[in-house]
Design a protein around this ligand. Structure first.
Ligand code: SF4
Length: 428
């Protein structure tokens, strides 16, 4: 079978999407391509964002490829599945564009993982995948009866079937990825890097997937949930390939970059810098020093609240006091060029305390953001607390709630976030 794996050329006008807008490597499609080729299929990733393809160019590329099956994602790379744009406007448009040349159309991403029926209807695809998508894509290409494949949602005999729950891949057995030289050459973005301007290409890599914690605001439950770690030698083979292509910085997209001595010692031997997102409370001083020696130049650490009660309300399961967290952030800054502490606007923290804390951190070179409002992502415990299990209107409900609470944003009309009904095309 010939399988096209399509990442749209994203645009975010009117969206509350707050993730990075630069292109990143489509890791999920990289793995899917490897699994498809292992099974004897022909697969091609058409990353319209990374290659900056117009609609006409994307259509021409897909037509020329002549796919039997085309997979369209609803989030710009695994890095943003947990904070994806709520609206499906862009993938909807891509599905409409490609329908005449796509073959079977498959939707994957956070939307189909959490609200498969709504995603199937809105996207207008033939089938959607719930959960991590690499292995289900390979099963779809195998020609098996869809009714026998778990974690799919599709229509059969006039009825929509939701088969089982979201898929969680083995993950640890996925191969080292490699990317075309031309892709790496144009990947100038260094995600979340602030210590120095890029001198060479950047890339994204995944050393682990999932997280052992369960913070109330985190939308990981239907994908990338259980913690799994790739063998260090596989991760390093992938990174060595990237270094050979000129990459000087990699960003680990891991939900939580846990201390991993063998990985850090291997990175310390390579001419590469890297960035991570993690929790500072799980890093002992000795490991923070090793993290710095290994080449880490960017840490994003979720502190969320300045009181133990506030962190407990978010189920952070944090064992350190606020003073201990502060000391550890300051220590991290001695070893790592950029350290950011994230706060959440849960209404618990006294604004004056926040201001003083941010000032104190800043004096030590640590950046702490203004507390950010929470979007109650369908698939997060916060959503469930408010409304129960996500139904077909979950994304509309969450966005209406968010806009009502935080709808001020920009004065520029073009940048004012809009409700889902205005953003998405009408669907049946
Ligand atoms: S630490 Fe909390 S927010 Fe971070 S990935 Fe784990 S559950 Fe999500």
């Amino acid at each position: 079978m010939r399988v096209a794996l399509v990442n749209p050329n994203w645009s975010f006008e009117g969206s509350i999407y707050f993730g990075c807008r630069e292109p990143h490597l489509p890791l999920e499609f990289g793995y899917a391509k490897a699994l498809l080729e292992r099974d004897g299929h022909v697969a091609e990733i058409l990353d319209a964002q990374l290659l900056d393809l117009s609609d006409a160019a994307l259509l021409a590329r897909v037509r020329e490829f002549r796919p039997d099956m085309t997979v369209v994602t609803t989030a710009p790379s695994y890095l943003f599945w947990r904070c994806c744009p709520p609206e499906l406007r862009v993938p909807q448009a891509v599905v409409r564009l490609l329908r005449p040349v796509a073959g079977t159309l498959v939707g994957v991403g956070p939307h189909s993982s959490t609200t498969p029926r709504a995603a199937l209807a809105k996207l207008g695809v033939d089938v959607v995948v719930q959960g991590e998508c690499e292995e289900p894509i390979a099963l779809l290409a195998s020609g098996r009866d869809w009714c026998s494949i778990p974690s799919l949602c599709h229509a059969r005999d006039g009825a929509v079937r939701v088969q089982g729950g979201p898929h969680a891949g083995t993950f640890t057995d996925l191969p080292a990825l490699s990317w075309p030289d031309g892709w790496i050459a144009r990947h100038r973005h260094h995600h979340h890097r602030f210590d120095a301007p890029p001198a060479g290409p950047g890339a994204e890599v995944e050393a682990s997937r999932g997280c052992p914690y369960s913070c109330t605001f985190c939308a990981k439950e239907n994908f990338r949930d259980r913690y799994r770690r790739r063998p260090v030698e596989v991760v390093m083979r992938e990174i060595d390939g990237l270094i050979a292509q000129g990459v000087e910085y990699v960003y680990f997209i891991d939900e939580i970059f846990l201390p991993n001595r063998p990985l850090l010692e291997a990175l310390a031997e390579r001419p590469v810098r890297f960035g991570v997102q993690t929790r500072i409370d799980i890093w002992k001083p000795e490991m923070i020093a090793l993290l710095g020696r290994a080449g880490c130049v960017s840490i994003e650490a979720g502190v969320e609240s300045l009181t133990a009660e506030g962190r407990q309300a978010l189920d952070k399961d944090c064992r350190l006091s606020t003073d201990e967290l502060t000391e550890r952030l300051i220590l991290a800054r001695r070893h790592v060029a950029f350290v950011q502490a994230n706060l959440i606007d849960a209404g618990d923290d006294d604004p004056e305390t926040v201001r003083a804390w941010r000032d104190r951190l800043r004096q030590h070179g640590v950046w702490a953001n203004d507390p950010v409002p929470l979007f109650p992502y369908p698939g997060s415990p916060d959503y469930r607390r408010l409304w129960g299990l996500p139904d077909d209107r979950a994304w509309e409900r969450a966005l209406d709630h968010y806009l009502a609470a935080h709808g001020r944003f920009s004065d520029l009309q073009d940048e004012r976030p809009r409700p889902l009904a205005e953003l998405e095309a009408a669907h049946g």
